[in-house]
Design a protein. Structure first.
Length: 362
């Protein structure tokens, strides 16, 4: 069904075939799970004609892997590289207009592809976000997988949090969390775990270091894992011991903003309106300038994908979208407070996938 939907889109655009290089798009369309070590080294490309059978191009290292997973694709090896294969296969398929993912293809690769296609009298069409737009709305099967990822992520946090003690370093806690993810069956973390104590929490994307965690300070823990290909993403701000009045005040303000946004989110509102619901609360508390990032983002095969919940996004949310709701306040030289849940956009509201509310109240 997914392939047919993409092929219909290509037909409408009068594009004969689309070359897929983005790894998450490749997996989404084919079921092929091999990963790329970098943007300069690929484990395979898809060629999706507007009509007829689709192809997975790869090399001998991945032949068995590809054949076992991409059941609906013809596996073709490129011993001399992708461009040499395209030179042979595009004329056979009578391709006259070839699309490619311009937002992921290296400039040097795009130039070589364009040069090749010019020789073959093929028009090259740069495309952006065609498959990502399809990925933004999840099927029920995808929602179920993401919910399992969310719940496993919570289980990991619940197991490790009681073991955290003052004096442990941020890096040591992050390592424990990630090791526990793997022990419980996750493929890997969906991003590098953030553990940021005290003033380090003022940086939304802090990198865990050797700083010992202190009793009474706010500690931002942002963590996620991949289970069956799908990501989770959760942030909790915790305190070892008793929080001071300032921490409690800011925590409650952020939680109020999170709840306001959750109540506002439903199919039909824009990402901008969702962001505003939380931002108005934090602005009214006097900390608007300390909430610099957007309210949230989509999550799926990638931990950051569409839709965006921020001040710039005027597009409407649709049913089946999975989003994060993560307002925050960040004060230089003091620290930060961020609370993040994941939810699915429904016709009349937002169903939160997280079940553990233990750490959402101070």
């Amino acid at each position: 069904m997914t392939l047919q939907k993409l092929q219909r889109a290509l037909q409408r655009k009068k594009i004969d075939a689309l070359l897929i290089s983005q790894p998450d798009n490749r997996r989404y369309l084919s079921g092929y799970t091999a990963t790329d070590s970098s943007i300069t080294e690929s484990s395979g490309f898809l060629l999706i004609p507007a009509r007829g059978s689709s192809f997975l191009f790869t090399d001998s290292r991945f032949e068995l892997h590809a054949a076992s997973e991409a059941k609906d694709f013809e596996i073709v090896l490129y011993p001399k590289g992708l461009l040499a294969l395209l030179q042979k296969i595009l004329p056979k398929l009578k391709i006259s207009r070839l699309g490619f993912e311009s937002h992921y293809t290296l400039h040097s690769t795009a130039e070589k592809l364009s040069s090749l296609c010019n020789k073959l009298d093929i028009e090259v069409i740069p495309l952006v976000g065609l498959v990502e737009k399809m990925r933004a709305r999840k099927t029920q099967e995808e929602i179920d997988k993401i919910e399992k990822s969310v719940l496993l992520n919570e289980t990991v946090f619940q197991e490790i949090f009681p073991l955290i003690q003052p004096g442990m370093t941020e890096r040591a806690v992050a390592s424990r969390l990630e090791n526990c993810m793997l022990e419980k069956g996750a493929e890997r973390p969906s991003f590098e775990t953030i553990v940021a104590g005290g003033p380090n929490g003022a940086s939304p994307h802090a990198v865990p270091g050797n700083r010992p965690l202190q009793k009474g300070e706010p500690i931002v823990i942002d963590m996620g894992l991949i289970l069956d290909g799908y990501c989770s993403d959760m942030t909790r701000t915790v305190v070892l011991g008793t929080p001071d009045a300032r921490t409690v005040k800011l925590f409650r303000l952020v939680r109020k903003a999170q709840l306001a946004a959750t109540s506002a989110i439903r199919a039909g509102i824009t990402g901008r309106e969702a962001d505003k619901a939380a931002r108005d609360i934090i602005n009214s508390g006097g900390f608007g300038k300390n909430f610099g990032h957007g309210l949230g983002h989509g999550v799926g095969l990638a931990v950051h994908e569409g839709p965006a919940l921020n001040k710039r996004n005027k597009k409407k949310l649709q049913t089946g979208m999975i989003i994060t709701v993560e307002p925050g306040i960040y004060l230089p030289d003091w620290g930060g407070i961020r609370l993040e849940n994941m939810g699915v956009v429904e016709e009349k509201g937002c169903r939160i996938l997280n079940r553990d509310t233990t750490f959402l109240d101070l």
